[in-house]
Design a protein around this ligand. Sequence first.
Ligand code: HEM
Length: 442
Amino acid sequence: MQSFTMRPSQLRLVEDIYRTDQTTKPKAYIALGPGLTTYTTLTATSNRLHRTRRQLIGQVLTDRSMRAFEPTMIEQVDVLIRNLLASTRKSEPVNMTDESRRLGLNIAGLLAFGYDMRLQTDEQNRFMLDMLDAGPYWSNVFLHYPRARTFRLGLITVQAFRTLREPYLALVQKMIKARMAEEAYAKHDLYSHIAHALSADAESGGLRDSELWFEANLFLTAAGDTVKTALSATFFYLSRNENAYQTLAAEIRSAFQAGSEITGPGISGCQYLRACIDEALRMSPPASGILWREQAPETGDQALLVVDGHVIPKGTVLGVNVYSLHHNEEYFPDSFTYRPERWLEDADTEARRHMRDAFIPFSVGPRGCAGKSMAYLETGLVVAKVLWYFDFEAAPGKLGKVGEGHAGMEEGREREGVFQLYDTFTAMHDGPYLRFKPRGGY
Ligand code: HEM
């Protein structure tokens, strides 16, 4: 008789399904890409193709590259700070989902195309945000139900999409044209890192022009749409948990002498900040559903995929639901309570190790997020700068309740203290509406 597990089994599933090169993305993932025959780093079903692509695009996402990109990011965060300041002059509450979407997508555009869409200050290009809501929504439908493309639903979607897609593609074309008109090293963006690999033949691991721009386009969703949720959720929980708010405010306000000192290296020492962000990512993961996998064809006909002691038939798709794992009481006691302190209790116990292993907002293994450092840098800078310059609280009245659960909503959505997400592979949400008050002489 074989004995398999001393470890709780959801962790074993994460280990066997994700922390391995025996699995890959199933074919249906193509729905998340630009077309039915074109793969990107995110959608590649061949692990070999994936490795090459990941190596190429990974160059612009390293810690070193992020240090060079940081001033551009900070300029955008400062635009947000000015917008929040303007809201205080008009005494208007601010919807943090809207602000975070504009900021997140604008920064993604700067890294992907070296192009400033000015989403935070100008209405003109904000149709991009509608496409980035509709795109993941429908891609998620087709990911789970690929045959829908061939049915009437497919036709209806194509029609509905056309009005959103045309201006979106026109702006993408404009960004590409503008970028190609400049020297490769004129900006610190994806192009500057991988222009050298363009037009090389496939054998040498190079990229065709169009493939580069599909990867750049992937950044818009991968970086824009996820960071928006991380930020909205962090602000939601801070505005409802006085202790966490006060502890974090004290940390940020004692760590820096001026807002201009808030930089990547500076916030890396702010442990409570990181704990607040991690706790928000745990409770409201930006990709909250199941990241499907199947046995990789490269493992060969004879290889067996064994998951938690079971042989999985070839072609079976499987995965772990991130939201449910992050709310598994075995790993996260009192899992619907926002408690950043859980990340700072440093006893090296088995329970603590299991908790860390069960925290997978960025997924894990070879197909885990390529932009994790960027995500922490961006969310950390925003939250720290906002708390440096402002005090904030939930807006009064009904507006202040937008984004939270309440009795009478569908089952599972009744908890007031929980930020409500709608799974679209990434997530849709609304709120929180916050009222800001400038601190000190700002
Ligand atoms: C809080 C923010 C973020 C979260 C929670 C997040 C989460 C994830 C997850 C769960 C995956 C795996 C998807 C799958 O298995 O299908 C992923 C992949 C990816 N993410 Fe992120 N992400 C975030 C921010 C970013 C940023 C800022 C970038 C920058 C461009 C980025 C780039 C990517 C890329 C390129 C992939 C594909 C990686 C691969 O397949 O090798 N992400 N992300």
